[in-house]
Design a protein around this ligand. Structure first.
Ligand code: PEP
Ligand code: MN
Length: 364
């Protein structure tokens, strides 16, 4: 994928020294008191550079809290005046952009449900023409690198040159550990394509649960992300949205202290090419195993189906077809045929073992 994006370094619009950029704040702005109290807590802790708050909330189902809208923007202004923190909100329409700018919001972000739609992103780009404001773009909800890159191209096309990427993970078809699968490899590929674009991790929306925030934050820091956006609320359990993934400002401070934060600068000075490539391999191997695990889950279902219909585990015709097609697919991907054949023999053996186990479950 080729793209040439003119993006200024993070230091051109925010001063973080040699520390990662930290954006913290509630999922949603709920009341003036809630915004101010949370902002005060965050400012007191001293780790954050920017206060985030959702003012317009893109909800999966109607009827959930959809944000306070314009009414909440003066609360953010007050929080900024009082604490000195810059502010950031999510924008999804040109009207949101207009209002956010009118009330002096410092940084805009485009949410995952907006990045998926090129029409919406283009509308936002058109509304940003001639405006000098940093724009952060969350990955789209589906794992599509080109769609993410396309959003950057559209916003850059409007003349915006202060940009950052937010990696918030990708939605799952099945129940998984995390609310949104990180699929680190996609963000690493993004970083490889655009080393000049700051990468910001969003462990909150990856995790969905407080318990997973630290491990995901550590992972993002290990991958040399330039910053983090983490949800923090004065009283997380009472939050009107995303209650189970938010931390109090103090708990967020504790969590950040437990993270080993390596130098945020991403480049040859701090990380050798060897390390970078090994990290990519680690990520790819994890994904390889995740794919294998999904395959085994399907094998198990197949075993149950065969058992219930009294069909033998091994069907030679099918195996011959699998054997042949995988070797062909491998060849077209420039993979060594013998390796592909050996690999599938192993996978097939394990599938048979698993299905036999399923068969025996009934007789047991
Ligand atoms: C949010 O940041 O609160 C949000 C709605 O996130 P996402 O767009 O990643 O779902
Ligand atoms: Mn949220």
């Amino acid at each position: 994928m080729k793209a040439n994006l003119d993006v200024l370094p993070l230091s051109s619009w925010i001063e973080t020294g040699d520390k990662p950029l930290i954006i913290a704040g509630p999922c949603s702005a709920e009341t003036e008191e809630q915004v101010l109290e949370t902002a005060r807590g965050i400012a007191k802790e001293g780790y954050a550079h920017i206060l985030r708050a959702g003012v317009w909330k893109p909800r999966t189902r109607p009827g959930s809290f959809e944000g306070k809208g314009e009414e909440a923007l003066p609360w953010l202004q007050k929080a900024k005046e009082e604490t000195g923190l810059k502010t950031a909100v999510e924008v999804a329409t040109p009207q949101h952009v207009e209002l956010a700018l009118k009330y002096g919001v410092d940084v805009l972000w485009i949410g995952a449900r907006t990045t998926v739609n090129p029409f919406n992103v283009q509308d936002l780009a058109d509304s940003l023409k001639g405006v000098d404001v940093p724009v952060l773009i969350k990955n789209p909800v589906n794992p599509d690198l080109a769609l993410w890159v396309g959003a950057f191209e559209r916003i850059a096309g409007a003349g915006i040159n202060k940009m950052g990427a937010i990696h918030r993970g990708f939605s799952n078809a099945q129940e998984t550990k995390y609310r949104n699968s990180p699929m680190w490899q996609i963000a690493v590929e993004f970083k490889t394509l655009f080393p000049q674009i700051p990468m910001i991790g969003d462990p909150s929306h990856m995790a969905g649960k407080r318990a997973y925030l630290a491990e995901l934050t550590q992972r993002a820091m290990d991958l040399n992300y330039d910053g983090l956006i983490i949800e923090s609320h004065r009283n997380p359990d009472e939050a009107w949205s995303d209650a189970s993934q938010q931390l109090t400002p103090a708990a967020l401070g504790e969590m950040l202290k437990s993270i080993e934060i390596r130098k945020a600068t991403y480049g040859v000075d701090f990380q050798s090419e060897l390390d970078r490539l090994r990290q990519r391999l680690d990520n790819l191997d994890r994904e390889l195993l995740e794919v294998l695990a999904s395959r085994m889950a399907v094998v198990e279902q197949l075993g149950e189906y065969k058992r219930d219909n009294n069909v033998a585990v091994l069907q030679l015709d099918r195996w011959k077809q699998v054997h042949g097609s995988r070797a062909e697919w491998g060849k077209s991907l420039n993979l060594y045929t013998e390796m592909v054949e050996e690999l599938f023999k192993l996978i097939h053996m394990e599938s048979i073992r698993k299905q036999t186990e399923v068969m025996n479950q009934q007789t047991a």
